[in-house]
Design a protein around this ligand. Structure first.
Ligand code: FDA
Length: 305
């Protein structure tokens, strides 16, 4: 049953029609629990509150299925605006973005052009930029463009997903680039010929790649809400004498907020992924797919209205 609900929401997340429709209606159906607001000013006030609690942030201007060059240009301008605001307001924040919002589906050259615009500003103000990992279809292209950009810029990293069979070899291959990587379980619906179908195998591979990247000596963001993985990472760094400055935990805005603050109290670096913007639909559907209990929370919200 849980798997059916999960697949249903992952399917919904890919609907271009619903993505467009949702944009017109503002943050609805409980999406505000996971999205910091529709404007950057709303996001900035959320970031300030998180920073006051000792939480670091990575801000994400939401955008998927971007089809026109004008939309891409707008998304890149939003990222640059975010970098300038981080500097001006002295926020403890990085930025995250998706290559499809930079025009990857239109052409690789377009995505590279906009990434260079953003990374020029990022280098100027020392703001780190993480390239999110999208579905399997875009994985090879994302890694290819990341490598190219990492050869040109310092302040750029990317995400690898534990559910893909290829990820262990990607971690090994990227070792030569000394990358700062965010490691996650993976949020898209993928076929069994490219991704582990069983949760236990994903969790084992997650532990495996966390260990591998840390022992390669590179900065590792362990991005999860799973307490068993958090405990594993804590024990691993202790056992191998890995410095507190070589890793951090990351979670999504609105999920396990109390645990986020607790990890700060335990002296760990903790970063919250804060999305904002009108294009919240796909992001919200993936959060619902991750946890059927969230669906009950949404239904309660609709009934109350
Ligand atoms: P898991 O799904 O097993 O959840 C463990 C526990 O966490 C649950 O039992 C529950 O208590 C809590 N939990 C998890 N999800 C919840 C939710 N939605 N609502 C409420 N509670 C929840 N994916 C991707 O494919 N590409 C990417 O670029 C990114 N980027 C990214 C950045 C950051 C900072 C994070 C934290 C995550 C991502 N992800 C991602 C998403 C990731 O792949 C994964 O889908 C989610 O983090 C959920 O997996 P967990 O590791 O939390 O474990």
């Amino acid at each position: 049953m849980e798997q059916t609900i999960r697949n249903f929401f992952l399917l919904l997340s890919k609907s271009k029609k619903l993505t467009k429709l949702a944009k017109r209606y503002g943050l609805r159906f409980g999406a505000a629990r996971f999205v910091a607001g529709e404007t950057i000013d709303e996001a900035v006030s959320v970031i300030k509150k998180l920073n006051e609690q000792g939480l670091k942030v990575t801000i994400d201007y939401l955008g998927e299925f971007v089809e026109s060059e004008a939309e891409v240009d707008h998304a890149a301008a939003q990222c640059i605006k975010a970098i300038h605001l981080i500097h001006k307001e002295r926020l403890d924040s990085e930025i995250s973005l998706k290559l499809t919002s930079m025009g990857l589906d239109i052409s690789e050259d377009l995505a590279l052009h906009h990434m260079r615009r953003i990374l020029e500003e990022a280098e100027k103000y020392s703001v780190f930029v993480t390239i999110d990992m999208e579905d399997y279809k875009r994985c090879s292209k994302t890694i290819k463009l990341f490598k190219q950009l990492k050869n040109e810029y310092e302040h750029v990293g990317t995400v690898l997903q534990a559910y893909l069979y290829r990820t262990e070899s990607d971690v090994r291959e990227l070792d030569a680039y000394a990358p700062k990587l965010r490691l996650v379980k993976g949020a898209y619906k993928e076929a069994a010929d490219v991704a582990f179908p069983d949760k236990e195998d994903v969790d084992e591979n997650f532990k495996n790649i966390i260990g591998l990247h840390l022992l390669n000596g590179h900065y590792t963001a362990v991005a999860t809400h799973d307490e068993r993985i958090i405990q594993y990472a804590k024990e691993f760094v202790k056992k191998h004498g890995i410095s507190m400055n070589q890793f951090e935990f990351q979670m999504l805005y609105g999920i396990r907020s109390e645990r986020q603050v607790q990890l700060v109290a335990e002296q760990y670096k903790m970063r919250v992924y804060v999305p904002y913007g009108t294009d919240w639909y796909g992001y919200f559907m993936r959060r619902l797919a991750e946890r059927p209990a969230n669906v009950a929370f949404v239904l309660k919200g609709i009934v109350k209205k």
